[in-house]
Ligand binder design. Sequence first.
Ligand code: FMN
Ligand code: 173
Length: 330
Amino acid sequence: MNPVHADFFAGGAGEERTLRDNLAAYDRLRIVPRVLRATGDRDLRTTLFGTELATPVLVAPTAFHLLAHPGGEAATAEGAAAAGTVMVVSMAATQPVERIAEAGGPLWFQLYPQPDLEFTERLVKRAESAGCRALVVTVDSPVFGRRERDLRHGFTDLPDGLACENMRDDTGRVRDIEMDPALGWDRIGWLRAITGLPIVIKGILHPADARLAVEHGVDAVIVSNHGGRQLDGAVATIDALPAVAEAVGGRIPVLLDGGVRRGTDVLIALARGATAVLVGRPVLDALAAGGADGVRDQLRTLTVDLDHAMALAGAQRPADLSPDLVTVAG
Ligand SMILES: Cc1cc2nc3c(=O)[nH]c(=O)nc-3n(C[C@H](O)[C@H](O)[C@H](O)COP(=O)(O)O)c2cc1C
Ligand SMILES: O=C(O)C(=O)c1ccccc1
């Protein structure tokens, strides 16, 4: 891959403290396994908004898949479908959502609500018509993070010939994605009014915001710091999860992304209260290395690894995983 693009995928904001801590936080945690629990027939199936998935590992929304592989987002969708899981299509996808939907599914659609409400509404309807089954609203980006690798390279835009195809308006012009610092909870109510799709809020770290999400009728939250690409110094997601899960109190699903690399990471996240996790960079790496098959194999490997860890920890299904199975090391 072009090293500038590789840095765009791998990099984080600022000093990359949060990027590193998302992974390092798992090194500070240990599993306290149960034994003699007769966990022979394990079952990893997970249902979200009425869709049954083969695994609690989903594909996080990430931008610009055509920079990783000529198959682009369609290849990722094909791989996710083969692994029996959801792909969240980024608003910054380099292929039209309709084309991605032909290649795979189930899909959810990630949205940065735009200041232009009419355009936002048309885009939501477009995602809905393409068959997307949930709307993932990213709320950790009132402004774009300062990714110093990109600043050093002067990487600001897609190369000629590539575009954010879902930002094309009626005239054929591709709009820039605007981060909206004026975004507030009122816009979640507005989205609720224009779509019947489940609404997932992505980028929750504070338990008070998790409580507000439930109060505003949101259907799920994703504990996320955008893979360390927005606020550098933000808390690692696995460290933020317990307080968020407690605030939500089982009223809606809590998902998590950031730094999930192994089945044991998934196990720890589920034990601490997540219903499912999402992976970003591991999918991009797999896409770059092996296209749709690479993505499929990556997701299957994570799932097999989780299954193995569950057997060793005495869990038959995700619901068996509880916070007492995780302790802070030291
Ligand atoms: C290259 C790249 C592009 C991303 N693009 C988006 C995006 O368009 N929308 C979004 O909500 N999150 C985006 N994210 C954040 C991911 O959805 C996710 O939160 C993060 O990658 C999870 O961390 P992980 O990469 O450690 O698994 C992006 C992440 C990366 C690495
Ligand atoms: O890189 C990202 O993390 C991201 O969210 C994004 C959003 C819009 C355009 C490009 C990337």
